[in-house]
Ligand binder design. Structure first.
Ligand code: C2O
Ligand code: CU
Length: 547
């Protein structure tokens, strides 16, 4: 099988993603980073050089399970130490399953700073996808702030906390300029950055199509905060893939996509070929103050500069959670996909709350807010190091009488870095329980992402999970496999996975500021079985820095 070799130089660069100049994180001078394209069974080798000068870095390969290579998962303080300025670290791992993935920074808030790119795994040439298409597009969605990620980080860590606010822009493949030349048609602004000559780096990527064909659109969301909705006027979208797993195909007018999720949709160009159409992306789940991102679906041979005759699709109302639930619940596994074991060995319930420590604001799971240790877990568990993290396991349940509709009764949280330990092949259920926010009434959505595995999504429910009752509604026959699943306001989400991948894995809310404020847990799985960790990955464990 093939080997693909990449050299990635990570550095800060000047870019104009939305026509205004910003400092973003780039790879080899590109933002977003280069797209990695591989074939099932390939070994990817990425030599990552940190050219940042003042901070460490790592890259996580989101959705790649890293069987046998947990040290290559790219999570700072979990699978490895952050790579120091000037150093090169080699990631080497196998991609064993076709699908749409992406990669991103996993240290501090470097994802918010723009450290990300696409990763696509194709079937071997001799095999066919279970659906037909004539061409494909790849859309990596992100959100952009005009404040730096460092400033955001300081705000989140300050007392009182200063919230980052809503993004100034949504980006499609790192670009957005609709308010400029494209927008003029629909009566927009006269901003100086809008005096474009054409061909600028913020010019949108147009989807050029031919009539009467089918296209696969790969969509991945690496947003820092925003939950998104994507629609293309006049066209249906048929969902066929979610997080690298085939799903039972279903048609929709628009799709919701949360940070950490990927989808493939099929689009058939069966509309009037004498017109062009809008593709729009808008914010869901939080009261938006970010304009839609737009680009054009261009029916060739019509010129791409011919404006669509109808306005862009309207994003469903941000708080129309019924719309989100209806979409999410339509996702079931494709017939014949592996199904969950009929029962689990262990059931862990995670209460998600916003809390305080003194005057600092945190997110906590069962009242513990995650703060990562200085020595990475993988090496420190493998070599049984003392005093590197809290050896007491964190709580697996929260009080039975906890009222999720009230403000937290115990508003104070503690920080912690303990781990949940699993035996090899233990079948684990996780119930993610949402609750009311710290002050006032409201409950945010959180997309939870698991490293090193896919989980089956067994179901979603309203209110507090009722043990012994709600299990009866679990979907054990067509449960979709995912690596990211959302919890809806005041609801619960039930997941099941098999601890079949020795290593140490993060499980966390994929909203970057939430993770930074402690919204995550650590799973350690049969770590004694991990073999052949390259010396490079252990450097900082075996030769600790002076302290
Ligand atoms: Cu894409 Cu730990 O995240
Ligand atoms: Cu969250």
């Amino acid at each position: 099988k093939g080997k693909s070799h990449y050299k990635f130089d990570v550095e800060y660069i000047y870019k104009k993603p939305d026509c205004k100049e910003h400092v973003v994180m780039g790879i080899n001078g590109q933002f977003p980073g280069p797209t990695i394209r591989a074939e099932v069974g390939d070994t990817l080798v990425i030599d990552l050089t940190n050219k940042l000068h003042t901070e460490g870095t790592v890259i996580h390969w989101h959705g790649i399970r890293q069987f046998g290579t947990p040290w290559a998962d790219g999570t700072a303080a979990i699978s490895q130490c952050a790579i120091n300025p000037g150093e090169t670290f080699q990631y080497k791992f196998k991609v064993d399953r076709p699908g749409t993935y992406f990669y991103h920074g996993h240290y501090g808030m470097q994802r918010a700073a723009g450290l990300y790119g696409s990763l696509i795994v194709d079937l071997p040439k001799s095999q066919r996808e279970p659906f037909h298409y004539d061409g494909e597009f790849n859309l990596l969605l992100s959100d952009l702030w005009h404040t730096s990620s460092h400033e955001q980080e300081v705000g989140l860590s300050s007392a009182p906390m200063r919230w980052i606010g809503e993004p100034q822009n949504l980006l499609i493949n790192g670009r957005r300029q609709f308010h400029c030349s494209l927008a003029s048609k629909y009566g927009s602004t006269n901003l100086p950055q809008c005096n474009l000559k054409g061909g600028e780096e913020c010019a949108p990527q147009i989807l050029h199509v031919e009539p009467k064909k089918t296209y696969r659109i790969r969509i991945a969301s690496t947003t820092s905060l925003a939950s998104l909705n994507l629609a293309i006027s006049n066209h249906k979208l048929i969902v066929v893939e979610a997080d690298g797993n085939y799903v039972h195909p279903f048609a929709v007018d628009d799709i919701d996509i949360y940070s950490g999720e990927t989808y493939s949709v099929l689009l058939t160009t069966d509309q009037d070929p004498k017109k062009n159409y809008w593709l729009s992306i808008g914010v869901r789940g939080r009261k938006p103050s970010t304009p839609q991102a737009l680009t054009i679906l261009n029916y060739k041979p019509l010129s791409a500069s011919v404006f669509p005759t109808s306005p862009p699709p309207v994003t469903p109302l941000w708080n129309d959670t019924d719309h989100s639930k209806a979409f999410t619940k339509q996702i079931i596994s494709k017939m014949g996909n592996p199904q969950p074991p009929k029962s689990s060995h262990r059931s862990i319930h995670f209460l998600n709350t916003q809390n305080k420590i003194g005057s600092f604001t945190k997110w906590a799971i069962n009242n513990v807010s995650l703060t990562l240790p200085t020595t990475p877990y993988l090496g420190s568990i493998k070599f049984n190091l003392k005093n590197t993290f809290d050896k007491n396991p964190p709580p697996e349940r929260f009080p039975m009488d906890y009222d999720i509709f009230k403000n937290p009764v115990n508003p104070n949280t503690t920080t912690g870095n303990g781990v949940y330990t699993f035996q090899l092949n233990e079948v684990v259920d996780v119930i993610l329980q949402n609750a009311n926010q710290l002050n006032g009434n409201g409950s945010e959505i959180h997309p939870w992402h698991l490293h090193g595995h896919d989980f089956w999504v067994l179901g979603y429910g309203e209110g507090r999970f009722r043990p012994g009752v709600d299990e009866r509604s679990f979907n054990l026959t067509r449960a979709p496999l995912r690596n990211t699943a959302v919890i809806f306001p005041y609801g619960w989400t039930a997941l099941r996975f098999k601890a079949d991948n020795p290593g140490v894995w993060a499980f966390h809310c994929h909203i970057e500021p939430h993770l930074h404020m402690g919204m995550g847990v650590i799973f350690a799985e049969a770590v004694h079985k991990v073999r052949n960790i390259p010396k490079e990955a252990l450097k900082c464990v075996l030769q600790p820095r002076c302290s």
